[in-house]
Design a protein around this ligand. Structure first.
Ligand SMILES: *[C@@H]1O[C@H](CO)[C@@H](O)[C@H](O)[C@H]1NC(C)=O
Length: 314
């Protein structure tokens, strides 16, 4: 039970590493320096609102378009969602189109947005902005953006904005979704193994050991588990044999230096003697891969007193 779970965890971890190394980042997330950042929590149903110079209102959202109705921005609908706008006297000034690519600049997260409203008195220049998100664990709520610079400096003509946003959402987080999913799938796998084991153990107690009553209860000892494993192997193998799926090669796989024709296990007793004489055969991996191949004639005989095939009679 522990081993499949560990294998599962290991495999999933490798997959996760491979994925994080090669896959594109999810929108508004970033892997950087072994840390993971996610600004999606800053998406707001109602725009963030900031009062700026000249009594103007600044409406802003993160990783999504503004919810405020834009008015006379000079940005056409097909250009994308407006990331933020300033309500000016003759129309809203869009400071860029939503960009969900995060960048790490000098230790803080940065979002750059461009292609906003046409700038006053400048040909072919459009509104743009860059927002620096600063990790600040003392800001418990989402925090608020602050305009720290603009160009040109005149508020009515400003075309490029530099913003700063202190929030704990800009701090590295764990990839909760992924790792809790991993843990859950691991626990489910373990539970499935336990249940299968309990069913197999009960069947084994009943039909192989011919136990009755409370003795049918599944046992959790290593020796018992080994026997169950051997029996399961035999059952699976006989089923596969019946459908012609397997050949001798599968049966012989993992036998290594044991000659399958000259050497035939006859009892667990003999098996243990050979194990003791040949300790490297007994390590964990070998135990797993070779144990089922060891012929369990005793179990076979018990399963199938008639001996004409390998079927377990229930
Ligand atoms: C989006 O952000 C990335 C990273 O900051 C930047 O390289 C790219 O030019 C931006 N795209 C637009 C359309 O602003």
């Amino acid at each position: 039970m522990v081993i499949p779970c560990m294998g599962h965890l290991l495999l999933a971890t490798f997959l996760a590493l491979a994925l994080s190394a090669y896959a594109d980042e999810q929108p508004c997330t970033l892997h950087h320096g072994g840390n993971y950042y996610d600004l999606n929590s800053l998406k707001a149903r109602k725009d963030y609102e900031v009062d700026i110079e000249g009594g103007h209102k600044f409406y802003l959202n993160v990783c999504r378009g503004v919810t405020t109705d834009p008015w006379n921005t000079g940005v056409s609908d097909g250009d994308g969602n407006i990331a933020g706008l300033i309500r000016r006297d003759h129309g809203d000034f869009a400071i860029g189109i939503v960009n969900t690519t995060l960048e790490m600049v000098e230790g803080s997260l940065m979002i750059r947005q461009s292609n906003g409203s046409p700038c006053k008195n400048m040909d072919n220049v459009r509104g743009s902005s860059s927002t620096r998100f600063i990790c600040d664990t003392s800001v418990f709520a989402a925090g608020k953006p602050a305009v720290i610079d603009k160009f040109p400096p005149n508020e009515d003509e400003a075309c490029h904005y530099e913003l700063e946003w202190k929030t704990h959402f800009a701090c590295p987080t764990g990839e909760r979704g992924f790792f809790s999913g991993l843990l859950i799938s691991c626990v489910i796998t373990a539970m499935i193994f336990v249940m299968l084991y309990m069913v197999a153990s009960t069947l084994y107690n009943r039909f192989v050991l011919h136990l009755r009553g409370h003795e049918l209860m599944p046992k959790f000892t290593l020796q018992h588990a080994q026997e169950i494993l051997d029996m399961s192997y035999e059952v699976i193998h006989s089923v596969l044999d019946r459908f012609g799926v397997t050949s001798g090669s599968w049966r012989n796989r993992g036998r290594r230096d044991l000659n399958p024709t000259s050497h035939h296990w006859t009892s667990r007793q003999e098996e243990r003697i050979v194990f003791a004489a040949n300790p490297q055969e007994a390590d964990l991996e070998d135990g797993l891969s070779t144990a089922p191949e060891r012929e369990l004639d005793t179990v076979n005989a018990a399963c199938d007193p008639g001996g004409e095939d390998d079927t377990v009679r229930l």
